[in-house]
Design a protein around this ligand. Sequence first.
Ligand SMILES: [Fe+2]
Ligand SMILES: [Fe+2]
Length: 223
Amino acid sequence: MDRHHQAIIGYLNELIEYYQSIHLSSSRQKALSILPKLHQYADIHLKSEEALLAQVGFSNLESHTKIHDQYKDLVISFYQQEMDVEKLHSLIKGLRTWWDDHILKQDMAYRPFVEGVDLEPNLMPLTLNEEDNRENEVDEELMEIFRDSTVANKDKLTAALSDKDWSEVRATAHTIKGSAASFGFPELSNVAARLQSVLDKEQVGQASELTMNLLLEMDKVLR
Ligand SMILES: [Fe+2]
Ligand SMILES: [Fe+2]
């Protein structure tokens, strides 16, 4: 378990490196490529820790498992919202705080129970393979997701524009603003933000032109 905790802290340290400069797209890309690895590793760790604690008959297994479940809920709740720069910032901060606290306090409580006990070999999790190309794969995977959602948003926006459905245009612009910012396309994010703010002020007169601009800007990203 100590090795797991060290690996998790390693990922957190990497993430924290980009915390201060998260407004830069390069830092954001880096952070976005580390997060899936941390989540995957954390998943394996929490599961095997629970298996180990069950194996040794840890008396507070139930409440410890509940704390792990709360962690998973917390992470999911972040991803259910739009991952804009602020969300990413508070996600990293939240992860750091949670793991530091959990490893140093709650996990310390079971130490006497597991001293000298080995985890059954089949419960021993695989360590994540850290080949260099993995990181690029994750980057590419994320970019693929972003491109797909941009294509979908473009269709939505085009349809909403021709229907003059301004509330749909506004909602789509809002989504684009956030995702473009977190994927490192500040210009696209700005154009979407301008459109959204015009619609917030109900200045529908300028909305058509700004929507056209936004569609053009999205094309640039997809090129
Ligand atoms: Fe734990
Ligand atoms: Fe743990």
